[in-house]
Ligand binder design. Structure first.
Ligand code: NAD
Length: 274
């Protein structure tokens, strides 16, 4: 039987692949057979990811730099053209945000956040998309957030607005490109642990941990590896008719109303406070 999830011979670019969900996505694609181009400003981190991928017998090309620098991204795609001659998969994972009360947010911080999460992702979509359209085939996955669907509060307005733009970017690009073989989808995580700032924030404020967990019916935080299966599915021919999809990866968070919750005995089993 044909393996619908086989990515052998495909070239994938994943941003933010030094750690967290970007690293997990890159590893999943490599385990399914793809060769990887790894982008991150953490040079040592992508070297480590590349080393692990090469041990699987796949090619890995780490290129250190900042995804917000368009001239760097131009150079990356020129290198990929030279080394591989094609791009089959793009994972847009890197990007960070500034937080602050809405009434105090500095314009510079709003611009920085939109540059990180929206403009740089749009730009990599453009460069990958042109090549994929010429090939007649390709798959783009961007990481959004539950913050782009409903409000987190807690001084995250600009992050939420930028992630909402990533979600709409997915709908727009998928609609423009679907008839020419290029699929564009968005993965929408709830709270995922890792070497990101979430752990220290919760250590500083245990109330936050309980609040997050009360919003996740599955009763646990996400782990970076939770993105692996979805990444392979969306990258592969198994998802040939899936485009423009905004897919929660959230332990049920978005399905539950803000006033909803678990029955008391189940909450106790999850170690959650009522
Ligand atoms: N972790 C969560 O709970 C969560 C939930 C929803 C959405 N997200 C989003 O998913 C993405 C990945 O999250 P994570 O927790 O896996 O991240 P992470 O902080 O663990 O890793 C991010 C990686 O991206 C790199 N990076 C960041 N900005 C960069 C830039 N401008 N240029 C090059 N490299 C850059 C970092 O060096 C790091 O290796 C982020 O956009 C985040 O906002 C995260």
């Amino acid at each position: 039987m044909t393996n619908l999830f086989d990515l052998a011979g495909r070239i994938a670019i994943v941003t933010g692949s030094a750690q967290g969900m970007g690293r997990a996505m890159a590893m999943a694609l490599a385990e399914a057979g793809a060769d990887l181009v790894l982008l991150d400003r953490n040079a040592a981190g992508i070297e480590t990811t590349a080393h692990t991928i090469r041990q699987l017998g796949r090619k890995a090309l780490p290129i250190a730099g900042d995804v917000t620098a368009t001239d760097h991204i131009d150079q990356v795609f020129a290198t990929v053209d030279r080394e591989f001659g094609r791009v089959d998969i793009l994972g847009n994972v890197a990007g960070e945000a500034k937080a602050g009360a809405a009434e105090d947010m500095a314009l510079a911080d709003i611009r920085t956040t939109f540059h990180n999460l929206v403009i740089s992702r749009y730009y990599t979509c453009q460069l990958a998309g042109r090549r994929m359209l010429a090939q007649g085939k390709g798959s783009i996955m961007s990481i959004g957030s539950i913050a782009g669907v409903s409000s987190l509060g807690r001084a995250q307005s600009v992050y939420g607005m930028a992630m909402a733009a990533v979600i709409q970017m997915t709908r727009e690009l998928s609609t423009e490109w679907a008839g020419r073989g290029v699929r564009v989808n968005c993965i929408v995580p709830a709270q995922v642990l890792g070497a990101n700032g979430l752990g220290p924030r919760m250590e500083a404020d245990p109330w936050l941990r309980d609040t997050f967990l009360r919003g996740i019916p599955a009763g646990r935080f996400g782990q970076p590896d939770d993105i692996k299966g979805l990444s392979v599915l969306l990258a592969s021919d198994a998802a040939d008719w899936i485009t423009g999809a905004i897919i929660p990866m959230d332990g049920g968070n978005l399905a539950m109303n803000g006033g909803g919750g678990l029955l008391a005995p189940i909450m106790e089993r999850h170690g959650q406070k009522q």
